[in-house]
Design a protein around this ligand. Structure first.
Ligand SMILES: Nc1nc2c(ncn2[C@@H]2O[C@H](COP(=O)(O)OP(=O)(O)OP(=O)(O)O)[C@@H](O)[C@H]2O)c(=O)[nH]1
Ligand SMILES: [Mg+2]
Length: 1316
């Protein structure tokens, strides 16, 4: 080493001046790399090129594009009071530029002086390369004429800040006299130009002809040999440099000189200087200076991006109008998708609920499809379909412009968010609101890609041949190409907490094809609390560009591909490394926000499950929450069958400033491992996988090798702090280590893109099924909660069982009301019902109080675990109340139904009692109809008539039906609520189980239900024995219940299933070897059997008890009786009719004609005016009355004698033809009544018939001359008597009538009555 210092460094002709190196590197890089280089250099507080010289063409380039990506944040003193700050793209900001140039020789070290100017006394920083640096004195070969720029940005603290406001410092390399173009550029753009020169007599011509407003300063050294005060004065006069603007370095020390310089700079920038934005400098740059943004692709990219961003007025409305698919609709779809797995709000009808969710989802998809394809999306798709370079420009411009649009709101919100998290974490609503606002106000290319994903998903839900579907088929290929270009693509949408699975599927499948199936992927992820520098770590490690910002930044998870170089491919056994950056997990203060545990745990689970290596980022300040998360992950891992391998993890402790961190943290590491082991055991016990005793049984982690300590990122106080070299070194170490361990590891999955895709799908499904454990902060809380749940379940169970039993006795009472106890009025049942409901209310209240009391008691326990779940207490109280309400409703419903059914039964009895009456009535009606229609009824017609009548009878009962319960549905529902706290695997099984096929054969325990157990036969045999015992017990429970049902005539009740499940729970509990999965299958078996048997018993009960059923039973009898009755009646009636026709009617007619001939002349003789129909009617009615009386008097006689009695009863009036009578003499038995009735009916008919049937009896008034002669005579003769009798005036008789004689009258009469 000593020797080395004697060798002449300048001899080393290979040495390169750093500025040459920088210049060369910039010339070798493409515009995107240049941007990246500028960003990194600026992070290190190095100056960056403003004008890059090209010594071949003598043309400089304004590096505007290269600087485009620089975003800076600072607080000028004018804003210091209100704690606000300025954030923005540096090229767009109004910052004055102060330039420093050298003309001729200068003995003052310009760059070094500038470094001093910019550094505060506590921290020196080499912003500009200077002579005293390593190789700084090597002659420059290509970098003369280079103009570098660096920014001084204040932090708002007067003790630290060098300048109170931002200022850009430009530094020109080389002798300004040779770089006139650059010089004039600087004059035009700067607020001030400081000229370093000793060579006052040399050519200072460049100072002439300036038209700019830049103020000119002269810096010179009084110690230099050529210094002469006179010359200086002359020059100032000549070039119009103010005397006050001359700075002379005298014998003073550097500090004072720098102070003087600072004073002048401050003065210039404080006094309304000439300010020009960097982006406006492009306009000045025409003469001899090109602008890097002037290339066609860059311009086109910009124009295309502006086509989209130009229409953004307000981010929120723009998103709503132009990117509508991934908004609320997609969030809703995501929630429904999860609910379909978790069934948290399922009601009894599980299948129905499932299909209603499905319909809802389809409906939402339809809604998406109906949204018009926005113009912005069209432009976006066109933009990313361009050639590679143009596409990259387009995307970058889009990002830049969108950032600018949303920055104003966003940076304010992020700052507020950070502030609020730090200072008032208890203000949850505000934090939540800010979080939401941040998400609403963000707009970047990722939102367009999200929309693209939804467009595709939406199209995929259309039928195959739909043209709209075809339109979007090429989108995944575009996105896959972006992945290959190193662009981060969103995997999990953090706002919707979901993966657009079809989209990701499309993209990865395309990727697989694009790389010719050489797509072996190695996955690396990072996980940690919010804003702990996860994205920064990945960016540093891999030179990638994940979004970085302070405050809430990354959402969901982004994946990015890094191509592995040919040499490394065989060693790493992969073609790509996929780096996944994730959203920060909530810190403990925030974690209690609604659903945040769930969101975080889901994400963490997925990410760890996906990765070959997980970097767990722990910042010193918040290591506890990582432990919490690790615990939950442990649970999840133990629960998830799918995770077949041990995930490997690295713990990275950030912000550890101590150099000897690794050694001094040995004890901490040991302790951490112990804690992790303990957590594993606890989790394993809860998950019933006691075989896992250590953290390393679950995760691949070597505490010594896999722990890394990384110092803080910044060296000093931002914004002027450079990146800490220690940080980069440590990250580089980490990377080396990581790659090294990948090379040697045999625990790599080595999947290609399609396998990786399958893996994502099955993992995400498992995550969606996981219902329970993700809700908790850590396993202690989960365990405490589970304990309370178990307790609560038992209280709930006893509540339900008390009430159910009470209900069963009441139902039995109702069903037997009035059956066993006689003389009870069924009407009283309603009164009893009201009493029962009152009783139920009291009982329910009592039971609710018991639960609440138990709960209170539980929380009184002096147990530390109780405190963890304090916030759930109210939930449980509400649970108790809603349980009571639910029970109340169901009891009320059950009792009312029972009463209704009992009343229905009563109705059945009444109907049955009245059945003959009903039939008689109906039959008579029918017979009447037949008679009216003069037709007979066929057998078919008769049955039809009966059915009609039957319907009428049944309809009286239609309101009372015993509904058929679906026992399977009950069981399924109870199984779901019984398994709430079980693992996702159980939900998955429940989701697919068909209980109808369960419990049919013998229950056989299978080894695959015991993942992680050493599957010894002995062990399985033992489990089999336990299960057999449980099944036997359950069988006897089932048959007990069924025999009670039969004995007491009671219905099946849910409580029987609850009993069974409780019995299984109780008996499984002591055996911790029985895994969740085994338990689930056991329950399926038991419940499948139970459901089948109870369903049968329930059916039988219904058959026994359903009023309609009961009535239906007697339908055939009804029918038979109906037909029988009809035919009998029919026969009887026919005979009666015949009898009437052949015997009675002729006799009556005979009687009439006999008596009429006599009666009329008698009338006349007696001097009465006879009315022939009157007489006939009278006679007829007399005889019919007589006949009817006779029928009545005979109807009591024996059947055989009826006809004889009848004939003899009428002997004196009627002559019944003997020969016709013969066949009627004997009536069939027991039909006298009916025959008599029929006869009476027929008599009436006959009377009517005879009375009006024969035309010769008609009274026709004046129609025949002859008969009217009689009447005329009568009237003329008895005119006065009539008048007297009717108390009226005698009629006016026409004269013609007066000539009529009695002789005429008799003749007329005789003629009309055919009497000779
Ligand atoms: N002091 C300090 N700041 C850091 C460190 N690492 C990153 N930062 C800064 O912290 C901020 C957040 O960094 P990110 O990398 O975005 O953090 P993240 O964890 O990805 O954040 P989220 O994605 O929002 O969770 C940035 O401004 C970084 O510059 C560090 O080690 N120390
Ligand atoms: Mg991040």
């Amino acid at each position: 080493m000593y020797n080395y210092s004697f060798t002449d460094a300048n001899d080393d002709s290979d040495a390169i001046n750093p500025l040459d190196l920088i210049t060369a590197l910039f010339h070798c890089s493409d515009p995107f790399l240049q941007q990246e280089m500028v960003s990194k250099m600026s992070m290190c507080q190095f100056s960056v090129p403003l004008l890059l010289p090209n010594c071949d063409t003598q043309q400089s380039t304004l590096m505007l594009w290269a600087m485009r990506d620089l975003v800076k944040k600072f607080r000028p003193h004018s804003l210091a009071g209100d704690r606000t700050f300025v954030e923005g793209r540096i090229v767009e900001m109004d910052i004055p530029m102060v330039s420093f140039v050298r003309l001729g020789e200068s003995s003052l070290p310009k760059s070094q002086t500038l470094n001093k100017l910019l550094s505060n006394p506590h921290q020196h920083n080499d912003t500009f390369v200077h002579r005293d640096m390593d190789c700084g004195d090597v002659p420059r070969r290509i970098s003369d004429g280079l103009v570098e720029v660096s920014w001084y940005l204040p932090c708002g603290n007067t003790n630290i800040d060098v300048f109170p406001q931002a200022v850009a410092i430009a530094n020109q390399r080389g002798d300004g006299r040779f770089f006139k173009t650059q010089m004039s550029f600087l004059y035009d753009t700067s607020a001030a130009v400081f000229i370093f020169s000793d060579d006052l007599e040399g050519d200072l011509g460049t100072l002439n002809n300036r038209e700019s407003r830049a103020e000119l300063f002269l810096v010179t050294n009084s110690q230099s040999k050529t210094f002469n005060m006179e010359t200086l004065r002359d020059i100032c006069m000549k070039h119009k440099v103010k005397e006050t603007n001359v700075i002379i370095k005298r014998k003073q020390n550097d500090a004072e000189f720098v102070k003087a310089l600072r004073f002048h700079v401050s003065d210039v920038i404080g006094n309304n200087p000439h300010i020009m934005k960097v982006e406006d400098m492009a306009a000045v740059a025409h003469h001899g200076i090109v602008v890097d943004e002037d290339c066609t692709e860059c311009r086109n990219g910009r124009t295309n991006a502006e086509g989209i961003t130009g229409r953004v007025r307000d981010v929120v409305t723009f998103k709503k109008d132009h990117l509508p698919l991934h908004g609320e609709i997609w969030k809703e779809i995501s929630q429904i998708e999860k609910e379909r797995f978790r069934m948290r709000h399922a009601d009894k009808d599980i299948e129905g609920y499932k299909s209603s969710l499905k319909t809802k989802e389809e409906q939402l998809r339809k809604e998406q499809q109906e949204k018009a394809f926005s113009e912005a999306m069209g432009r976006f798709i066109a933009g990313i379909s361009d050639s590679r370079t143009q596409r990259l420009y387009f995307l970058k411009w889009l990002k830049i412009q969108l950032d600018t649009l949303s920055r104003q709101n966003l940076s304010k919100l992020r700052e507020q968010y950070k502030d609020c998290c730090r200072n008032t974490p208890q203000n949850k609503e505000l934090i939540e609101d800010l979080d939401k606002q941040i998400s609403n106000c963000s707009l970047g290319p990722e939102h367009f890609f999200r929309e693209l994903g939804q467009l595709y998903e939406c199209a995929c839900s259309l039928p195959e041949n739909n043209p709209a579907r075809q339109n979007f088929q090429h989108l995944p290929a575009l996105c896959a190409q972006m992945l290959l270009d190193g662009f981060p693509v969103e995997l999990v949408d953090g706002d919707a907490s979901n993966i657009p699975m079809k989209w990701i599927q499309g993209v990865l499948t395309q990727l697989h094809q694009l790389v010719d199936t050489k797509s072996k992927i190695l996955v690396l992820t990072v996980l940690g609390v919010q804003s702990t520098g996860k994205s920064t770590l990945l960016n540093t490690m891999f030179g990638v560009q994940f979004a970085v910002s302070s405050g809430r930044c990354t959402r969901g998870a982004f994946m990015l591909l890094i191509k592995v170089s040919e040499e490394l491919r065989s060693e790493l056994k992969c073609d790509f490394i996929m780096v996944i950056d994730t959203e920060g997990l909530k810190s403990p203060e925030l974690a209690s926000l609604d659903k945040s545990y769930e969101h975080d745990n889901e994400l963490a689970m997925l990410v760890i499950g996906l990765s070959d290596i997980t970097i767990i980022n722990i910042s010193m300040e918040n290591s506890t929450e990582m432990k919490d998360i690790l615990q939950i992950l442990l649970h999840a891992f133990l629960r998830m069958k799918e995770v077949g391998k041990k995930p490997r993890c690295l713990l990275v402790h950030q912000n550890v400033s101590d150099m000897s961190a690794y050694d001094s943290n040995m004890r901490d590491r040991k302790k951490l491992v112990e804690q992790l082991d303990e957590m594993t055991r606890a989790a394993a016990k809860m998950e019933k996988k006691v075989a896992y005793a250590k953290f390393i049984d679950v995760m691949d982690y070597d505490p010594d090798k896999d722990s890394h300590y990384i110092p803080g990122l910044w060296h000093g106080t931002p914004p002027m702090a450079p990146v800490n070299a220690g940080y980069s070194e440590a990250v580089y170490d980490l990377k080396k280590n990581l790659i090294g361990s990948l090379q040697t590891s045999d625990n790599i999955r080595n999947s290609n893109a399609t396998e990786f895709l399958n893996w994502i799908q099955s993992l995400w499904n498992a995550v969606k099924f996981e219902n329970f454990i993700f809700n908790f902060k850590n396993s202690l809380v989960a365990e405490a909660y589970t304990d309370l749940c178990t307790q609560f379940k038992s209280w709930e169970w006893s509540f339900q069982s008390v009430m159910d039993n009470w209900l069963i006795t009441k139902e039995t009472f109702i069903f037997n009301f009035g059956v066993t106890e006689k003389n009870v009025q069924i009407n009283n049942l309603r009164t009893r019902l009201i009493e029962m409901l009152l009783e139920a209310s009291e009982k329910l209240h009592e039971e609710e109080q018991t639960i609440l009391y138990n709960l209170e008691e539980y929380f009184q326990k002096k147990d530390s675990t109780v405190r963890l779940i304090g916030k759930y207490k109210q939930d449980f109280r509400t649970s108790a109340t809603s349980l009571r309400r639910q029970m109340e409703m169901s009891i009320k419903h059950s009792l009312e139904k029972a009463v209704e059914i009992r009343e229905g039964m009563e109705k059945v009895n009444i109907i049955k009692d009245k059945q003959m009456d009903t039939i008689e009535k109906k039959v008579c009606e029918l017979l009447q109809q037949c008679r009216d229609r003069k037709s007979d009824l066929s057998e078919d017609g008769l049955t039809r008539e009966f059915e009609e009548m039957w319907k009428g009878i049944m309809s009286e009962l239609s309101a009372v039906r015993l509904p058929e319960k679906d026992v399977y549905q009950d069981v399924h529902h109870l199984l779901w609520s019984n398994s709430r706290s079980k693992s996702g695997r159980v939900s998955e099984l429940l989701n697919t189980v068909d209980l109808r096929t369960c419990g049919q054969g013998k229950f056989i325990v299978k080894t695959e239900w015991f993942a992680g157990w050493m599957d010894k036969n002995h062990f399985i045999t033992k489990i089999q024995e336990i299960c057999d015992r449980i099944i036997k017990h359950c069988d006897s429970l089932i048959s007990d219940h069924i025999s009670v049902m039969e004995r007491n005539n009671t219905d099946y009740h849910e409580t029987y299933i609850r009993d069974l499940l409780k019995a299984v729970d109780d008996q499984v509990k002591p055996h911790e070897q029985i895994s969740d999965e085994c338990e689930a299958y056991l329950k399926f078996h038991v419940c499948g059997r139970a459901a089948r048997l109870f369903q049968k018993a329930h059916k039988e009960f219904n058959v026994r008890n359903d009023p309609q059923n009961r009535l239906m039973e007697s339908k055939p009898i009804f029918l038979e009786k109906f037909i029988e009755s009809f035919s009998e009646k029919d026969l009887c009636q026919k005979r009666a009719k015949q009898f009437t026709e052949t015997c009675v009617k002729p006799a009556v007619e005979d009687y009439l004609s006999k008596h009429l001939g006599q009666a009329i002349p008698d009338h006349m003789k007696m001097g009465h005016g006879g009315v022939k129909n009157k007489i006939k009617k009278k006679l007829l009615s007399e005889i019919v009355q007589r006949i009817i009386q006779t029928i009545y008097s005979c109807s009591k006689t024996e059947d055989r004698l009826f006809i004889q009695e009848f004939c003899s009863g009428l002997r004196s009036q009627l002559v019944i033809p003997r020969d016709a009578l013969g066949i009627f003499l004997i009536l069939s038995e027991g039909k006298t009544d009916q025959f008599a009735n029929n006869l009476i009916e027929l008599m009436k008919e006959m009377e009517a018939h005879i009375a009006q049937g024969s035309t010769d009896w008609e009274i026709t008034g004046d129609q025949s001359m002859e008969s009217s002669d009689y009447w005329k005579y009568v009237l003329m003769k008895f005119n006065n008597e009539f008048a007297e009798a009717y108390n009226a005036q005698p009629a006016d008789i026409p004269d013609a009538w007066k000539t009529l004689t009695a002789e005429d009258a008799l003749r007329g009469l005789r003629e009309s009555f055919h009497m000779q």
